[in-house]
Ligand binder design. Structure first.
Ligand code: DGL
Length: 278
């Protein structure tokens, strides 16, 4: 990638956004991408609004400096706590022609087509749940169909994924505990949204504890379809994105740690570079 390249930036607090990037690479093989994981400061889920906003803005600025005109916050926590302020307050000052999009709205818009009885469960980080972004957005975009939205914060799930503890009795314990809590709050739930991009890695564990008949919604494919739709509606943005099929990976952690782990999430060999966000 040279200085003229204008990749799509994909940002997450850690590895979770790779579950979104994986779908982008399938659907947009010729597009250039930069993935940035703030692994050194992950998880974001338990951090305050101010801190998530500050860290996310640093990442967005860095991706802009690296040539991105379009950045996707492939992180629900950052989408919930930072996206709106960045869109409304920062973008007009930084460059009104650049765009930052999130992952909550695409998921919300798809729920109306999935739930049969309008009872939806949201699993997310403490931050995403506290922001109430899902209930608010569901009311706004699927209010006719979604009658009841119930949330459950799963503060241990991201650390389980980030620390490669997926296939352990510890993961079973915490996943079961949160699923049981959610289903106790509303026994009619027929659709559960994995409102955190790390959670698809836990799907085999989640399925062990979810009764048959309940749909589990992962965001990757949904977000990728919405990106295709966005680029079709915004040809001026599509034209700016460079298309040499190149992907670069950046992490705020030591490269070797990221390379070892990230490959497992996305099924490909990864070469990463370390950068510092400030
Ligand atoms: N992948 C992020 C999300 O979707 C994880 C947040 C965290 O770092 O706690 O919310």
């Amino acid at each position: 990638m040279n200085n003229e390249s204008h990749p799509i930036g994909v940002f997450d607090s850690g590895y979770g956004g790779l579950t979104i990037l994986k779908e982008f690479l399938n659907d947009f093989p010729e597009y250039d991408f930069i993935y940035l994981g703030d692994n050194a400061r992950s998880p974001y889920g338990s951090r305050s609004f101010d801190v998530v906003y500050e860290y996310t803005l640093q990442a967005v600025r860095k991706l802009f400096d690296m040539g991105c005109h379009l950045v996707i916050l492939a992180c629900n926590t950052a989408s919930a706590k930072a996206l709106r302020t960045i869109q409304q307050k920062d973008l007009p000052l930084i460059d009104p022609n650049r765009r930052v999009l999130g992952v909550i709205r695409p998921a919300v818009e798809s729920i109306g087509e999935i739930t049969k009885n309008g009872h939806v469960g949201i699993l997310g980080t403490a931050g995403t749940v506290a922001s109430n972004s899902y209930p608010i957005e569901l009311k706004k975009w699927a209010g006719e169909i979604v009658r009841e939205t119930t949330q459950e914060a799963c503060p241990m799930w991201v650390p389980l994924v980030e620390n490669n503890e997926i296939d352990t009795p510890g993961a079973d314990y915490f996943v079961k505990k949160n699923i049981d809590n959610l289903l106790q709050k509303d026994r009619q739930i027929d659709t559960i949204v994995l409102g955190c991009t790390h959670y698809p890695l836990l799907v085999p564990v989640i399925r062990k504890f979810i009764p048959d008949g309940i749909q589990v919604v992962e965001q990757g494919k949904i977000v990728s379809n919405k990106l295709a739709d966005y680029l079709k509606r915004h040809p001026e943005m599509d034209q700016k994105i460079s298309k040499q099929g190149q992907v670069r990976y950046y992490t705020t952690e030591t490269e070797s740690i990221f390379e070892q782990r990230a490959g497992l999430f996305i099924n490909r060999a990864i070469k990463a570079e370390k950068l510092i966000l400030r």
